[in-house]
Design a protein around this ligand. Structure first.
Ligand code: FAD
Length: 447
C-alpha cells in the first residue's frame, strides 16, 4: 500500500484547510493516530478490513472543506484521505454521464463536461476545492440548486467499500431504474457513516446555450426576502437565486476592494439559463421592480461570473474578520422575511454579530455568527452558542430544518435528534448499525 505519513496532524500539502485536526467549520478535533492516502480501491478495502478486525475508527475525508466537523480527526482513528483517487474514469457524452473516483474536484468534473457541451449541475460555493466524494457524502447543494436541485438528484450509481472491507456497487449506469431499495439515495448524505464512496456514476446535462444574470440591490434584507416571494410567484424558475445582507457585502468590499455596499443594503443575485435566459430574466426583474433600488444585468459569461463573484467570496470574507460559526437552516420560502427579522433580533438580544447570506431560491439561509478569533482550541463563546441554539429553534418553529446542505457532522448532533424525533432517530441508528455493526465509521458524527 502506498502511504505517505505526513507531519503529525497535517496532510501532505499542508494547506490551512487540509489539516487533519479540523475542517472548514473550525471545530477543534484531535490528531488522528495515522493518515492513510489510498492509491486504489484495494487499498481502501484493506484499510477497512483491518480497521473492522481491530475495531479502529475510520474517518473518510475528501478535501476537508466541510462545515459541520464531519471529517475532523479523532484520537486513535485512521483518517482516510480519498483525495488521491482523483481520476475521471469515463465521460460518455451520448449517455450524458461520467464515472469518477471520489477525489475528483467538483469544478474539474464540470470543466471536463463543458468540453462536450455538458454540465455537472451541482455547484457548491466550494466548487474549486471540494471533492465529488465529499459532495455525495454530504448531499451538497449549491448556487444552481434553485433550478437543478442537490447532489442526490445527479447521482446514478455508487461503488462503496463497506465497514468490513466488502466492495459493493449500488444503483445503475442508466438514467432510469428502480429495482430494490434506493441505496444510492441512502449513501448520498450519509456523511461517511455507512461506507466509503470509492466511485460514482453521475448525471450530466446539456450546458445551457445562453445565460443572463442580474444583481438586484435593495434598501434592506427584509425587502430582498420579500422579492424572493415575488420571484417564486413569477412563473419563471431562476437557475441561481442568492441573497446577501449589507454587512456581508461590506465584508466582501473589505476583502476584495469592491463597493457593493454603496449600491444597497441587501443583494439578490439572479441567474437564468437556457435559450430563453434573457426573456426569463426580464420577467424576474419586472416581478421585483417595485421592491428593488438598483439593478445591474449581464448576458455574457464573463460579466455574469463577475456578478456571481461576490456571492462566492461571502464566506472567505467573513472568515477574514473573525472566528465564524456557520449555520445552515432552511425555512419555507414564504417565511424567509420573517426568518431574517428574527435572526436580527437574536443577534441584538445575544449581543453577537450575525451576517446572513444563502441560497434564497431553496429557502436556505446561512446565518454566520462572527466572534473574536481567539486560539484554535478556545471554546466557542457562550453568546455565540446561545445565538446558534436560538437559530436552530427558529428553523424548527418555522417548519424548516437545522441543516439544508452542510450536514449534521459533530456540530449539530443534538439538534438532529430533535428534528428527527425519537422514533425516526432510533430507526436511523438501527440502519447505521446494520451497515457498520462495530461502529467504526465516523463515530461521534452525524447521529
Ligand atoms: C467557501 C465554502 C463554500 C461552501 N459552499 C457550500 C455550498 O454552497 N453548498 C454546500 O452544500 N456546501 C458548501 N460548502 C461545504 C463543503 O464544501 C461541502 O460540504 C462539500 O461537499 C465537502 O466536500 P469535501 O470533499 O471537502 O468533504 P470533507 O469535508 O472532506 O468531508 C465531508 C463529509 O463527507 C465525508 N466524506 C468525504 N469523502 C467521503 C467518501 N469518499 N466516502 C464517504 N464519506 C466521505 C466525511 O467523512 C465528512 O463527513 C462550502 C465550504 C466552503 C469552505
Amino acid at each position: 500500500m502506498s502511504l505517505h505519513p505526513p507531519p503529525v496532524g497535517v496532510l501532505a500539502d499542508g494547506d490551512a484547510h487540509r489539516t487533519a485536526e479540523t475542517d472548514r467549520s473550525g471545530w477543534p478535533g484531535a490528531v488522528p493516530s495515522r493518515v492513510e492516502r489510498p492509491r486504489d480501491v484495494g487499498d481502501v478495502q484493506r484499510v477497512l478490513a483491518d480497521a473492522h478486525r481491530t475495531a479502529t475508527p475510520v474517518i473518510a475525508r475528501g478535501a476537508g472543506s466541510g462545515l459541520a466537523a464531519g471529517a475532523v480527526g479523532v484520537a486513535g482513528a485512521i483518517l482516510l484521505d480519498l483525495s488521491g483517487l482523483d481520476r475521471i474514469l469515463h465521460l460518455d457524452a451520448d449517455e450524458q454521464l461520467a464515472r469518477v473516483e471520489p477525489g475528483v474536484i467538483t469544478a474539474d468534473l464540470d470543466a471536463a463536461a463543458a468540453a462536450h457541451g455538458l454540465m455537472y449541475a451541482p455547484d457548491p460555493g466550494s466548487v474549486g476545492i471540494s471533492t465529488i466524494g465529499g459532495n455525495i457524502a454530504t448531499n451538497a447543494g449549491g448556487l444552481r440548486g434553485a433550478k437543478y436541485g442537490v447532489t442526490r438528484d445527479h447521482v446514478l450509481a455508487l461503488d462503496v467499500v463497506l465497514a468490513d472491507g466488502t466492495l459493493i456497487h449500488v444503483g445503475r449506469d442508466t438514467i432510469k431504474g428502480v429495482t430494490g431499495y434506493d441505496l444510492v439515495g441512502l449513501f448520498t448524505g450519509s456523511e461517511g457513516t455507512l461506507g466509503v464512496i470509492v466511485g460514482a456514476t453521475v448525471r450530466l446535462i446539456p450546458r445551457p446555450a445562453r445565460i443572463a444574470t442580474a444583481a438586484a440591490y435593495f434598501a434592506d434584507i427584509t425587502t430582498a426576502a420579500r422579492a424572493v416571494t415575488a420571484i417564486t410567484r413569477s412563473g419563471v424558475r431562476p437557475a441561481v437565486l442568492e441573497i446577501l445582507d449589507g454587512p456581508t457585502l461590506a465584508a466582501i468590499d473589505d476583502l476584495e476592494g469592491t463597493s457593493l455596499r454603496d449600491r444597497g443594503d441587501a443583494l439578490l443575485v439572479i441567474h437564468t439559463d437556457g435559450f430563453g435566459a434573457e426573456e426569463e430574466l426580464q420577467v424576474l426583474t419586472s416581478a421585483i421592480a417595485s421592491l428593488v433600488s438598483h439593478v445591474e444585468t449581464a448576458t455574457d459569461a464573463a460579466a455574469s461570473e463577475s456578478l456571481l463573484f461576490a456571492r462566492r467570496r461571502a464566506l472567505p470574507a467573513l472568515e477574514a474578520i473573525g472566528r465564524v460559526l456557520i449555520e445552515d437552516i432552511a425555512v419555507p420560502r414564504r417565511r424567509l422575511a420573517d426568518a431574517v427579522d428574527r435572526i436580527a433580533a437574536i443577534a441584538f438580544e445575544e449581543g453577537v454579530r450575525i451576517f446572513v447570506f444563502g441560497h434564497a431560491g431553496d429557502g436556505n439561509l446561512h446565518p454566520i455568527i462572527v466572534t473574536e478569533r481567539g486560539g484554535p482550541n478556545d471554546p466557542v463563546p457562550a453568546e455565540a452558542v446561545a445565538a446558534a441554539e436560538r437559530i436552530f429553534a427558529l428553523a424548527l418553529e418555522f417548519g424548516g430544518t437545522i441543516t439544508a446542505e452542510h450536514g449534521v457532522g459533530r456540530l449539530k448532533k443534538q439538534w438532529a435528534r430533535r428534528e428527527l424525533g425519537a422514533d425516526v432517530h432510533a430507526l436511523q441508528v438501527r440502519i447505521r448499525e446494520a451497515f457498520d455493526p462495530r461502529g467504526i465509521l465516523n463515530p461521534g458524527s452525524s447521529l
